[in-house]
Design a protein around this ligand. Structure first.
Ligand code: C2O
Ligand code: CU
Length: 507
């Protein structure tokens, strides 16, 4: 090799080293900026100068067949998250979010859902026990201008359920725009255990969603470069109000917390560190009231808490930084280190008395591992479940009606968070890593956080509603993951039956 060639090669090498150093520096600096701007903390910074908005109760009528009928319209609107700046949103019968539906056990309901948003969507009844074709999942698409009218009988305990779109691929965006609301169920017992239950007086839903705004006030739907749990906002709205206050007029106030976000976790508690009484989880009242200082909700989960107030007192509901068991990178970019002051409770100078909460709220879930006839395993990893992505034409699991089953769910995804949601049923958590669950997870659940590198065992019973063709879903409720295919389908069939063919779909 002559000297000139050697020199030229050396020059090229120098340029390459220089380039990679510069790239490294730029990438490193970029990562550093991302890293250090990723934490949001609004503790003690909110003004609490806006009254908390409360979703109205949905009006209903009773039809000739005795069914309670609700009319819902999914539509476009605009909403002021901060005074004076309007943001295009979606809502149900309104500009943002939807009304609270309420029905009692034993009642038959009929919901007319009209799509007025100019693109296909669905409405799913999260936590509801009902026939698969009424479920509002990806097989029940509603085209623009059309009305879909599912009907079913309420056959489950009192609970705070909710509704939201559930189409394949765009659920995160439709929920983020604001299509979400609560569906409250009552039963013979729930009104008699001393719980505040006068809607809008001492009983309030809190629908919690995070938002990110572009400079012009529109919702920013860009997930950004690093989003292990999906789209994250740096502003948290409760029922659409950022920094709202709630005037409390009774000694006790019941808050029905819903994590309606797609990818953010909330570790709810009081800012002053005081305790609250947790009385319900996803699918119903806990066996007994529970004194807690924190309750962690992953996307889709609910909890009901009762807060006791002294006359004139002020308390702030806060979402605290929390340990999700993630790697450092995922933890930061999932927002686990963030703090948000959410709502200020302001007690009046004189408070109406509230009843004593009963020591027993509801029977514990009557599901035992010994009764299970089958154990199925689900491995969550890399937007797959058991190595597969959602396929609307494939039935993944076939369940026999009447069976009790154990589902063993593990998060094998290194440091990434996932949770697990099953349609149709409420389940009981048997154990987490072989250990019995903490008391807040001892009641009915339909969505469960699965920490990385851990396994949870849940037990459930599939009581009725066979249909070989129309499937129910199971999936990760981090909506970005769900949209990317972290979802599967199961059918419930008669003894000895097998899976049929899922309905044709054109979306
Ligand atoms: Cu809340 Cu399958 O969903
Ligand atoms: Cu996930």
């Amino acid at each position: 090799m002559n000297a000139r060639v050697r020199r030229r090669r050396f020059r090229i090498l120098k340029i390459l080293i220089g380039l990679s150093l510069v790239t490294g520096l730029v990438v490193g600096a970029g990562a550093l900026v991302l890293w250090s701007t990723a934490v949001v903390d609004t503790a003690d910074e909110m003004e609490f100068d806006t009254p908390l908005s409360v979703p109205p109760l949905a009006e209903s009528t009773v039809d000739g067949e005795g069914r309670r009928v609700f009319d819902l319209e999914v539509r476009e609107g605009s909403h002021e998250f901060t005074a004076g700046r309007s943001t295009p949103t979606w809502g149900v019968n309104g500009d943002y979010l939807g009304p609270t539906l309420r029905a009692s056990r034993g009642e038959e309901v009929l919901v007319n859902v009209t799509n007025d948003v100019g693109e296909p969507t669905t409405l799913h009844w999260h936590g509801m026990h009902l026939p698969a074709r009424m479920d509002g999942g990806p097989h029940q698409m509603i085209d623009p201008g059309e009305t879909w009218s599912p009907t079913w009988r309420i056959e489950q305990p009192a609970a705070s359920l909710w509704y939201h779109p559930h189409l394949h691929g765009s659920t995160q965006e439709h929920v983020y725009r604001g299509v979400a609301g609560m569906f409250l169920l009552d039963d013979e017992r729930s009104g008699q255990v001393g719980l505040p239950d006068e809607y809008g007086v001492d009983d309030f839903p809190l629908v919690v969603q995070d938002k990110k705004f572009a400079a012009d006030g529109t919702l920013d739907t860009d997930e950004g470069m690093v989003a292990p749990s999906g789209l994250l906002g740096d502003t948290v709205a409760v029922n659409g109000t950022v920094g709202g206050y709630l005037d409390v007029t009774t000694e006790k106030v019941r808050l029905r917390l819903l994590n309606g976000s797609g990818g953010r976790f909330y570790d709810f508690g009081l800012a002053d560190g005081g305790t609250v009484t947790m009385v319900a989880s996803d699918g119903g009242l806990l066996p007994a009231p529970l004194e807690i200082d924190r309750v962690l909700l992953s996307p889709g989960e609910r909890a009901e808490i009762v807060v006791e107030m002294a006359p004139g007192e002020e308390k702030v509901l806060r979402s605290h930084p929390t340990d999700l068991g993630l790697g450092a990178w995922d933890s930061r970019f999932t927002g686990a280190e963030d703090t948000f002051d959410l709502v200020q409770l302001r007690a009046a100078e004189s408070l109406a008395p509230s009843a004593e909460i009963a020591a027993e709220l509801a029977p514990a879930p009557d599901l035992r591992a010994e009764d299970a006839s089958e154990t199925r395993r689900f491995r969550l990893s890399g937007n797959n479940i058991n190595g597969r992505r959602m396929d609307m034409d494939r039935i993944d699991e076939v369940v026999t009606v009447g069976d009790t089953e154990i589902w063993e769910v593990s998060n094998s995804n290194g440091g990434t968070p996932h949770n697990f949601h099953v349609h149709d049923v409420q389940f009981r958590v048997l154990d987490l890593e072989g250990t019995p669950p903490p008391p807040e997870l001892s009641g009915w659940k339909d969505t469960l956080y699965i920490r990385p590198n851990t396994t949870a065992r849940i037990v459930m019973r599939f009581e009725d509603y066979t249909d070989p063709d129309y499937p129910y879903m199971f999936h990760c409720h981090l909506l970005q993951h769900e949209d990317r295919g972290m979802m599967g389908q199961f059918v419930v069939v008669e003894e000895g039956g097998s899976a049929g063919t899922p309905p044709a779909h054109d979306h």
